[in-house]
Design a protein around this ligand. Structure first.
Ligand code: GLA
Length: 384
């Protein structure tokens, strides 16, 4: 891949690339829509992601190219930037803006990206390009910044430059991922540990619904706001910094304070999902992969009924998975409103599962899903 991209770089810029980098995408195993509520999540980096080949230039220009998009940009080095339009290069530009805000000196750059993650499919293609760019700047300009701080910087880009109130999970997962491990991340304190993701005869399968995630950003911000309102009402009865500081008991004793059925459902999802992550940690540590599968199904049900971020495409995938003998758990992953689901499927039944799911889904939805087995990989890195 590095050689092929080097060739493309020479075609675009007529010179050799100095550096090459890779940053993965992620799936979240469980703990959905609770990172921005101070909860615990369990993401892992996957083997697909975004590549970057890059060289410095002396022209004080950022030349942005991407093999996945026709849009290009040549942007002069300034002291700061703001988002312009919806083009992909706003993500690296937002990252550059953060480094400039922190006072770092940068030079012009010729940059070429290529991603093999399905874009906008909920596998964190945006966190991948943010963390990738930040890691490249750190390396090229010798900037002293940890991967954890790179994740936080990426989140600031998403929140302040792009305008989505997302939590820390995606950037953290792609910056800190480790082969064969899930990350158990406390999004309130940023304490984390690596959990062995040992699933015996079962493999992790990613199913792309191929549904365009229309209005996903505005719906996401709406859920973020609803959680804030629910917390404010609950605070009349409980002392809590965030919704995930409230356990099931506290919630049951105070839920009447919410007095709004929609907000009550949102809060119940958050509180119960946070408990499911704790249960999942126990199950995985004890090697109880079937129990973990049950928790995946329960998580999906809650996202479908209470948080209302699923949809008929993702529900159809989970509905089929429940009927399929060699599958022990499935759920939507990421923000929802389309995007991807994950499932745990018996290794030797993968082809059969993929074939039958494709037929079932196509009959119900009208087009085919993408089904692929995925390894759990390392986080962002330089390619040597
Ligand atoms: C998106 C956001 C994350 C997280 C998930 C839902 O991926 O970027 O911060 O909130 O949705 O769990």
């Amino acid at each position: 891949m590095k050689e092929e991209l080097g060739k493309k770089f020479r075609e675009h810029f007529g010179k050799e690339p100095e550096f090459s980098f890779f940053c993965p995408g992620r799936v979240n195993l469980i703990g959905e829509h609770i990172d921005y509520n101070g909860g615990k999540v369990m993401p892992c980096a996957i083997s697909l992601g975004t590549y970057l080949v890059i060289s410095r230039n002396t022209d004080k220009v950022f030349r942005f190219r991407c093999l996945n998009f026709p849009e290009t940009a040549n942007i002069h080095l300034q002291s700061s930037y703001s988002k312009t339009g919806k083009e992909w290069f706003n993500y690296p530009l937002g990252v550059i803006n953060e480094f400039l805000k922190e006072g770092y000196t940068l030079s012009g750059l010729d940059v070429l990206y290529y991603g093999n993650l399905p874009i906008g499919a909920g596998l964190s293609s945006s966190a991948s390009i943010e963390v990738l760019t930040a890691y490249a700047l750190k390396t090229i300009f010798g900037i002293d910044i940890s991967n954890k701080d790179i994740a936080l910087l990426g989140k600031r880009v998403e929140n302040e430059f792009i305008g989505v109130n997302s939590g820390i999970m995606d950037q953290f997962a792609v910056a800190m991922g480790k082969e064969h491990k899930a990350i158990l991340l406390n999004c309130d304190t940023l304490e984390y540990e690596y959990l062995p993701f040992e699933t015996g005869d079962y493999i992790l399968v990613i199913i792309n619904s191929n549904k365009q995630r229309a209005l996903a950003d505005s719906k996401y911000n709406e859920r973020f706001a609803e959680c804030g309102k629910a917390l404010k009402l609950l605070k009349k009865g409980v002392h809590a910094e965030n919704l995930c500081a409230i356990d099931t008991n506290m919630f049951e004793n105070n839920r009447s304070l919410i007095n709004d059925p929609v907000l009550e459902k949102r809060a119940l999802h958050v509180v119960s999902e946070n408990e499911r992550v704790k249960e999942s940690q126990k199950a995985l540590s004890a090697g109880q992969v079937k129990r973990f599968g049950e928790l995946m199904y329960a998580s999906h049900q809650s996202l479908q009924d209470l948080y209302e971020v699923s949809g008929k495409e993702l529900d159809t995938i989970v509905e089929f998975s429940k009927m399929y003998d060699g599958c022990i758990g499935a759920r939507m992953t990421g923000a929802g409103f389309g995007g991807c689901a994950i499932a745990l499927v018996k290794k030797d039944q993968f082809d059969d599962f993929a074939g039958k799911l494709t037929t079932y889904y196509t009959q119900k939805i009208g087009y085919a899903p993408g089904v692929f087995a995925s390894a759990i990989g390392d986080g962002v890195r330089e390619l040597n």
